[in-house]
Ligand binder design. Structure first.
Ligand SMILES: Nc1ncnc2c1ncn2[C@@H]1O[C@H](COP(=O)(O)OS(=O)(=O)O)[C@@H](OP(=O)(O)O)[C@H]1O
Length: 510
């Protein structure tokens, strides 16, 4: 209209022209004005890019120079996405790099430098339900090199039919230097999942947050009860016959805690080195320590440290501190850290007994499949040979003063012994085990059982029984183990029953 008015003033004779001609002329002039204001067809560019800055720019329509990312984003994504989709999902041998979505367009648009691409995850928190998976994800994603899908995708268990492109679409954009993560705790117990993840990429890193399976079951039950108040009692569901101590293994809350059985399935598709176990308990008492190990495992610089956490007394859990720039301190939501339903002591003890062999097996599996190995003769103890040491990240050296003691008894002097002492020993047919620094009472209980069954003539001392070994009795414990070995010298059958797992303070065997 402005153009028409100007036109009228500039050309007073225009009234003589016919109405239609004026209309056409003003339309033309309007178009010229419009082009001058919004050059290059910028406004018409429909990026479809959901990044906030693009959306904003699109709304404003006044920015003369939109970021390049808003001009080019889809083409590149489409081409790389199509490449990925054309890969058969059953191709298990596909090299790992193939799962990283790369831009294959001839000249990569600048947008990727700023916003990156959606990639299939490099690392997945696969379990366990109620183990502390949300905490691990929320804590690790404050690392600048990590980006994560906010919600559980359930791709590999419930949505697999939707295909990898659907899955990729749920991922955040990442730069080349960043890793993509997601968490879906049900993966750990879904039979098809390991195979499916390995079909996506055999190099996917897996994180499993484990927690004492009894506490886990109670947490699980508490959650279900909060949604279904009419639920039968915990005992009714957990036992087929509580008097006889027959546990109902078909109840999901019980079944999930059979970690050894589920791990067996994963180890058919992934080497143990690609699986990292986080202690759900230590995640609460020492989140920075657990996160340090997670960062090591993911090959990340240790950026998330104790500086990022504080203990929130009201919540009773560690929370994330307020970031320097802005925002408020962040605790996990109300569904994390609920007060558990009270379960009677007997039922808990019965369940602990039930889980114990599975826990021992779980440790045994995780040890025996570790990377490094020592020579059996290093041990100089007949009938006892080294299984394999754990990778250095597990356990941390600082917890191993007792191991040092034990090692000197066995005359083990290798560098590895001195630096970390994360070895394990077992007999040829190791059937029994205990964790070195388990919760008070565990070592005592297992050791006394061992003493009874092996009849080695060593008596359980008060020091061994139920003291806080981790804090104060490490050396006593090591001495007891050492003397047990000494006494078992020559008694092959007795030694065959020994499985010594020198682990750090995991509380799984509680
Ligand atoms: N920092 C922090 N804040 C709150 N809660 C924490 C934290 N660290 C670990 N946990 C424990 O995480 C438990 C919930 O586990 P998940 O996140 O794996 O649950 S879920 O499977 O996703 O539902 C949750 O279990 P409950 O205590 O039974 O609610 C917590 O014990």
């Amino acid at each position: 209209m402005a153009c028409v008015l100007i036109f009228g003033r500039l050309f007073p004779f225009s009234h003589r022209l016919r109405g239609t001609s004026i209309c056409l002329l003003s339309l033309f002039l309007s178009f010229v004005c419009y082009c001058a204001l919004f050059p290059g067809g910028v406004v018409m560019q429909k990026s479809g890019d959901p990044t906030p800055s693009c959306v904003q720019a699109g709304r404003a329509k006044l920015r003369l120079q939109k970021p390049l990312s808003c001009l080019f984003p889809l083409d590149a994504r489409k081409s790389s996405a199509a490449d990925e989709a054309s890969q058969p999902q059953t191709d298990q041998r596909r090299p790992a790099a193939a799962h990283t979505v790369r831009d294959n367009t001839p000249s990569p648009p600048m947008s990727h430098l700023k916003f990156g691409n959606k990639k299939l995850p490099n690392a997945i928190i696969v379990g366990v339900k109620k183990g502390g998976t949300r905490a691990v994800l929320e804590f690790i994603r404050i690392h600048p090199d990590v980006r994560a899908a906010g919600t559980e995708t359930h791709f590999f268990d419930r949505n697999y039919d939707r295909g990898l492109e659907w899955y990729r679409g749920l991922m955040p954009r990442t730069l080349e230097s960043q890793i993509t993560m997601e968490k879906t705790p049900s993966y750990f117990v879904t039979k098809e999942t390991p195979h499916r993840i390995s079909a996506m990429s055999q190099e996917t890193k897996l994180i499993v947050v484990v927690r004492d399976p009894v506490t886990r079951a109670i947490s699980d039950y508490t959650q279900t009860l909060s949604k279904a108040p009419d639920l039968p009692s915990f005992q009714d569901l957990a036992f087929r016959n509580q008097t006889l101590g027959i546990v109902d293994m078909s109840w999901n809350a019980i079944r999930i805690g059979l970690y050894a059985l589920h791990l067996e399935n994963w180890l058919r598709y992934f080497p143990l080195t690609q699986i990292h176990f986080v202690s759900g308990e230590r995640l609460i008492t020492d989140p920075a320590g657990e996160l340090a190990r997670v960062q090591d495992f993911l090959g990340l610089k240790r950026i998330v440290t104790d500086k990022h956490f504080y203990f929130n007394r009201t919540k009773g859990f560690p929370c994330l501190k307020k970031p320097e720039s802005s925002g408020s301190p962040r605790c996990l939501g109300k569904s994390k850290g609920r007060t558990h339903v009270q379960i009677d002591r007997d039922a808990i003890e019965q369940l602990r007994d039930f889980y114990r062999p599975y826990n021992v097996k779980f440790y045994e599996m995780s040890l025996s499949l570790s990377q490094h190995s020592l020579n059996p003769q290093d041990l100089q103890v007949e009938g006892v040979h080294v299984v394999r040491p754990l990778p250095p990240r597990w356990p941390p050296c600082r917890h191993f003063s007792a191991a040092a003691h034990f090692s000197s008894f066995l005359s083990m002097q290798s560098e590895e012994d001195q630096s970390c002492l994360d070895q394990s020993w077992k007999t040829e047919e190791g059937q029994m085990g205990w964790t070195h620094q388990a919760q008070p009472g565990v070592i005592g209980g297992l050791l006394s059982k061992l003493l009874r069954t092996t009849n080695l003539g060593i008596h359980q001392s008060n020091d061994v029984r139920g003291q806080d070994i981790r804090q104060t009795k490490e050396n006593v414990e090591a001495e007891s183990i050492a003397s047990l070995f000494r006494a078992s010298d020559g008694k092959r059958s007795a030694k065959k029953r020994l499985l010594l797992l020198l682990l750090n303070g995991s509380r799984l065997s509680r």
